[in-house]
Design a protein around this ligand. Sequence first.
Ligand code: AMP
Length: 282
Amino acid sequence: MERRSDIPSVKAYLRARQAQGLRVGLVPTMGALHDGHLSLVRFAKARADIVVATVFVNPKQFGPSEDLSRYPRDLEGDAQKLASAGCDLLFLPDIKVMYPEGFKTTVSVRGVTEGLCGSARPGHFDGVTTVVLKLFSIVRPDVAVFGEKDYQQLIMIRAMVRDLDMPVEIIGAPIIRAAAGTLALSSRNRYLSVEDMDTVTMFPRILQDTAVLIEALRHSEQGATRETLRALTEAAKEILLASGIPSIDYIEVRHADTLEKPNDCRTEPLRLLAAVRIGGVR
Ligand code: AMP
């Protein structure tokens, strides 16, 4: 696996291969990699000849009170994992390479970035679209893979690509967990104490139970309405609080493609989306 940190050499590496007709897949990350990230690399590898992974802790997507300075970093570990997952090129720019002095542009998608995680993290999504568009310009991938763990982010990237007619296929990859029914793998899980890790096992369980109830209601004679779905998410909130999770940012049912509140709760594809906080970790 090649490692590069400057933009001209990444472009040179890729343009030479793209000129030979090779397809390029991109997996943007912030590092501290785990099996969730590596599953994205494998998805990309199955759809492209060359896979580029980026490790860049993007300051623009952190709010002033967020964990930029203590975000976990493990470059050597990341490089080894990427190489063994079949990554061909690791792009590791530093901040000055991505945002040189005089950088003035912000890329912003409206609508799908409002509500859900957008409420708790103002400016976060603009930071993501700005860096992802820049990575797309540098890499010119045929396909880029994003995880469904960050579902709103995935839908936002799809909207950006569609609105700007960008020639890249966006693939959403399913959530990877240590074991079925457990918390999604996340670089931030390492901040959780053993006790909090134990408490938070209720989070995926209750989400799963609520999703099952929603599906049952949708297929029942009574059918589902916005009100009945809301009653279920409210009940889930109560159970989560009672289980010791101190703070719930949101738990909502949305249209799976548009993230709008559902209109026809019986037939539309739906997603149950939630974010909670425990021990200072969101
Ligand atoms: P991050 O490094 O947290 O910015 O994540 C980089 C990419 O990996 C994003 O597209 C995430 O959605 C994805 N990702 C992170 N954790 C998981 C997971 N447990 N399962 C699937 N994808 C994930």
